[in-house]
Design a protein around this ligand. Structure first.
Ligand SMILES: O=C(O)c1cccc(C(=O)CC[C@H]2O[C@@H](n3cnc4c(=O)[nH]cnc43)[C@H](O)[C@@H]2O)c1
Length: 204
């Protein structure tokens, strides 16, 4: 099986590389931060490899993330059931209206759960945002809007869109470096999250 694993930054790619198994052919793409870079870079890589006769069977987005308080802990592995774009819709003064409600597509792409059946972790929706949530108030609002969301990151929905348009199964695996909320980047535990990421890829 040929697997494309998409990471935002080099540190995540190194953690994935450390967990690589010889059972599968696995390419690692560093796409850059955010959903637009993730979608464009993933789509281009899928197309180029297909033209070279090296088509992928599966696309996986792997990286670190923030977790919603009480739903997961630092270092936990999160396995997406759905990748949800939490900013795609209409920001009404009194509530956020997802794009689905106005008939212009969907902000949700289902993850293939068979791919990740052997990976131990917390299962739930993983949100994608172009902006990292930077306050406890915003975090509470998102947690309320998405009661089944376990974490947030910045690339999942972009990678999922590229995979879906290419007709490929998609999975999102994240490991928790911080809690969603007040921005304190010094408090992020990259070490624990990257170590867990290596372990999760080993189980994939
Ligand atoms: O704001 C900063 O100064 C800063 C410092 C270090 C790293 C960053 C990033 O932008 C990395 C974000 C990267 O990691 C994912 N991630 C991790 N935690 C969260 C989160 O709580 N909310 C959203 N994304 C998160 C994300 O997928 C990025 O690829 C910034």
């Amino acid at each position: 099986m040929r697997i494309l694993v998409v990471c935002a930054v080099a540190e995540e790619a190194q953690a994935v590389e450390a967990g690589r198994s010889l059972r599968h052919e696995l390419d690692i793409l560093v796409c850059g931060v955010g959903p637009a870079a993730a979608a464009a870079s993933t789509a281009r890589t899928i197309a180029e490899n297909s033209h070279m006769g090296r088509a992928y069977d599966v696309v996986v987005n792997a990286g670190i993330c923030g977790a919603f308080q009480g739903r997961a802990r630092i270092g936990d592995v999160l396995i997406g059931t759905d990748s949800v774009h939490a900013e795609l819709g209409v920001a009404l003064p009194w509530r956020f209206q997802p794009i689905d409600e106005i008939g212009f597509g969907t902000n949700r792409i289902g993850c293939n759960t068979v791919l990740t059946v052997a990976v131990e972790g917390v299962r739930g929706e993983i949100l994608t945002l172009a902006s990292i949530t930077g306050s406890d108030g915003q975090a509470a609002n998102l947690a309320h809007r998405y009661p089944d969301a376990v974490g947030e990151a910045m690339e999942g929905f972009g990678v999922a869109t590229a995979a879906q348009q290419a007709g490929l199964p998609f999975a999102e695996i994240r490991t928790v470096s911080n809690f969603v909320g007040d921005r304190n980047v010094e408090g992020w535990d990259w070490g624990s999250a990257l170590k867990s990421l290596t372990g999760a890829i080993r189980e994939l």
